[in-house]
Design a protein around this ligand. Structure first.
Ligand code: FES
Length: 84
C-alpha cells in the first residue's frame, strides 16, 4: 500500500493505482480529467521517484521541475507528498 498526502491529510493508495480518486479526497481540483487543462497540476514535495513515468499528456504539457498532473500520474509505491 502506498501513501498520498498533503501537509494536512493522508490517504492510502493501492500500489500501481492512478492518483485521481485519491487526490480528489485530498481536495485537488479537477477539470478535464484528460491531461489537457492543467487544473489538477500539483508540485511533488516528497517521493517524486515513487510515481510512474510521465504520461504522454504530461509530456505534451511541458511540466517543469517536480510538477505532475493528478489525472495522469500513477503511484508505484511508497509515500508521495503533493502541494497544490
Ligand atoms: S484535470 Fe485537466 S489536466 Fe488533469
Amino acid at each position: 500500500m502506498a501513501i498520498l498526502k498533503t501537509s494536512q491529510r493522508v490517504v492510502d493508495v493501492p500500489d500501481g493505482n492512478p492518483l485521481l480518486d485519491y487526490a480528489k479526497e485530498l481536495g485537488v481540483p479537477f477539470g478535464c480529467h484528460a491531461g489537457m487543462c492543467g487544473t489538477c497540476l500539483v508540485e511533488v514535495e516528497e517521493g517524486f521517484d515513487n510515481l510512474a513515468p510521465y504520461s504522454l499528456a504530461e509530456q505534451e504539457m511541458g511540466l517543469q521541475g517536480k510538477q505532475r498532473l493528478c489525472c495522469q500520474a500513477k503511484i508505484e509505491q511508497g509515500t508521495v507528498e503533493i502541494k497544490f
